[in-house]
Design a protein around this ligand. Sequence first.
Ligand SMILES: [Zn+2]
Length: 205
Amino acid sequence: MQASQKANEWIDGFLFVANRPILDFLNTKPVLTDGPTELLPDVRALERWLIASGMVTSSKAKAVVRGWRQSPEAAAFLKQLIAFRERLREAVVRIENGSSPANAFLAEVNSLLLQYPRHTSLRKRDRKLIRETLFEPRKPTDLWAPIVNATADLLAETESSRIRQCKSCVVHFFDTSKKGSRRWCSMNICGNKLKVAAYQRRKRG
Ligand SMILES: [Zn+2]
């Protein structure tokens, strides 16, 4: 995967190829040359991911998140978030296999949705009003709001057959291609590797 670091598929050391931030969140444990790699080992890494993913954008929110670096509450939240990520992975794999997520996971998501609703507000742009998500975290657990709402959107995705895992690695993505025929996480990462391997096989054969 290292070869593609120059492409803008990587932002600040994180992979963004999924077309859905919540799937990019799932992809924070890719298999690199040294094996499975946890890209969110600590609160500082989480802070970087939140900014890279565009989940935290305002300078006010960035300052709040920066204040959590030494916070035991934030460390405890991260531990829960990583465990949630792995349960989400299980749900996504089930969807990819044509099944549906386990009821226990749906119950967990529903409970979090109630606890951490998505807030929105109206803003003027030119002469029109747009409704946008308002996210102003105060404490680490407030991060559940964008995470669990994006999770719910993904699970309710009507074109669920476009939720797919790369043919050659652990990365998941949402296929937005016109034909719906995307097979790889990225041409730079797995696509070329496979094409080269097939070419060499043909040459040998
Ligand atoms: Zn791949």
